[in-house]
Design a protein around this ligand. Structure first.
Ligand code: ATP
Length: 291
């Protein structure tokens, strides 16, 4: 990120079908983000409170960012992204100003989604350097101030007919800004959640099980010239692989094929099996125990 640049992200659309498994997480994110933006009347009719933020947590490389891009695509929302690392980068300069600018950008492009990656670095306790702690506190209070000013105010400003003083429920929804935060640090969750009025929902994004790994392998090999490959057997051999690992595995297999013969137009089971010893699983039971 350049100094002070508002982090509006242009990205290739991500469709729900591009994501293997994670049915429950997909539904929960749709409910929390897509439904209030696309069907505000339904939320108003049910007397549901104004959604403001949703927190995704789970091990790294298991699709949190991609899920947010998918929900931004399906909601036709502007997508802005800000990570803890960006905020605390020495190159950013004024972190608080950056947050304010991102929220301004979001309001101007509403309906909008602000993706806050590595939220733990903003919310979490830090036992190290005290100067960093000061910045962190200022960043957090700026963020909370901004968050207090957003959300779809279906419950306020609207009467029983769902019309508000500044327009219909739909107009209000069109002006909405929602926050989706992500963390790999479940131990920071409580702190994030106990602060009132912030994240209305938390959604666990688990590592892929056997069925999900098969689906991810199918997605990753869809555009590859694979032949006679038993993807179910491969899925069974990839326990503890994340979605990101599986994507790397397929890429590595294709590179192995090209390394043998640059004019190759075939990725075989042998290439994929060989790639298993190059791309190792990122997860392990000890790490997963935290979730
Ligand atoms: P981190 O916590 O490290 O930021 P993340 O949870 O946000 O990781 P992503 O960046 O969404 O993970 O995923 C990394 C890569 O792996 C992406 O290219 C994504 O497309 C792919 N991937 C991960 N899980 C899946 C999945 N379930 N289906 C399809 N692709 C996946």
């Amino acid at each position: 990120t350049q100094k002070g640049s508002p982090c509006t992200i242009e990205f290739d659309p991500v469709h729900w079908d591009d994501i293997g498994g994670l049915e429950e997480a997909k539904l929960k994110i749709q409910q929390a983000v897509e439904w209030p933006i696309k069907h505000p009347e339904a939320f108003s009719r049910m007397g549901l409170p104004s959604p403001r933020g949703v927190l995704l947590y789970g091990p790294p490389g298991c699709c949190k960012t991609t899920l947010v891009k998918a929900v931004a695509t399906s909601s036709s929302a502007t997508f802005l992204s800000l990570s803890g690392a960006q905020l605390f980068s020495p190159y950013v300069g004024d972190s608080e100003k950056l947050i304010t600018e991102v929220f301004q950008r979001a309001r101007a492009g509403a309906p909008a989604l602000i993706f806050l990656d590595e939220i733990d670095s903003i919310i979490g306790k830090r036992s190290d350097g005290t100067s960093q702690r000061g910045v962190q506190e200022r960043v957090l209070s700026t963020l909370l101030n901004e968050m207090d000013g957003i959300g779809i105010r279906l419950d306020e400003k609207t009467d029983s007919m769902g019309t508000g003083e500044d327009g219909s429920v739909r107009d209000l929804a069109n002006k909405s800004v929602l926050i989706v935060a992500a963390t790999n640090r479940p131990d920071m969750l409580d702190e994030a959640l106990t602060r009132p009025g912030r994240f209305d929902r938390s959604v666990y994004v688990p590592p892929p099980d056997l069925q999900a790994r098969l689906e991810i392998l199918k997605i990753c090999t869809k555009t590859m010239p694979v032949k006679d490959v038993d993807l179910s057997a491969l899925a069974a051999r990839t326990e503890n692989y994340t979605g990101a690992d599986l994507k790397n595995l397929c890429r590595e297999a294709a590179l192995l094929s090209l390394t043998e013969d640059l004019s190759s137009d075939l990725v075989t089971e042998e290439h994929l099996i060989k790639a298993l010893s190059i791309v190792r699983p990122s997860l392990n039971p000890f790490l997963l125990n935290k979730y």
